[in-house]
Design a protein. Structure first.
Length: 193
């Protein structure tokens, strides 16, 4: 019986990331900033997000030299999975909309972190032929996802029938009036249309 190592580790990584970046945790951190006395050293949301980005994307932030191969990739598979999941979390926060459970400061900082990751990816991709195919494909795919998310417009819609607000993402075209609504537990009970 083969143990699905990558899936098992990714499940734990995903759980840890959600624990650190869920709306309640973020609200707790930002509330502590309000209660702190002037000059008191406290852990801020900015520090949390910077620490996560710097550690999770370390290979792209400070790319090492050398020739990489599929047997010795620049970014190992477990790290690629973690990076992909973290980028997804940041996109979720950045695109969550005004009526979501995420505070505006979290959305703004998530957007900034995505921009920093994109800059780091650009830097790492300049290695060109020295990159292994796994890392190169991972960086290209992540950069494409981040760029589309940052470029996408979004609007907050309201349900006049009293069923609660929804979140409409506009990728060049408005969502049709009869678009289905999906309840997403990560959006604090708001449907995504």
């Amino acid at each position: 019986h083969v143990v699905p190592i990558q899936d098992t580790i990714l499940t734990r990584q995903t759980s840890a990331l959600f624990s650190l970046t869920n709306p309640e945790r973020i609200e707790y951190i930002t509330d502590q900033e309000l209660y702190a006395e002037e000059g008191q050293d406290i852990f801020t949301l900015d520090e949390l997000m910077d620490a996560l980005t710097d550690s999770i994307w370390a290979e792209a932030m400070s790319p090492k030299g050398g020739k990489f191969t599929v047997r010795k990739p620049m970014i190992e598979s477990l790290r690629r999975n973690l990076q992909r999941e973290y980028a997804s979390r940041l996109i979720t926060i950045a695109m969550s909309g005004e009526s979501s459970s995420y505070q505006p400061v979290a959305r703004t900082l998530a957007r900034r972190e995505l921009e920093q990751i994109n800059e780091a990816i650009e830097k790492a991709m300049k290695k060109g032929d020295d990159l292994d195919v796994y890392t190169s494909a991972h960086l290209e795919e992540t950069q494409d996802r981040i760029t589309k998310a940052l470029d996408a417009g979004f609007t907050i819609s309201s349900d006049s029938g009293g069923g609660g607000g929804g979140l409409s993402f506009l990728f060049g075209q408005p969502a049709p009036a009869d678009a289905p609504s999906i309840d997403n537990p990560y959006m604090g009970g708001f449907g995504i249309e």
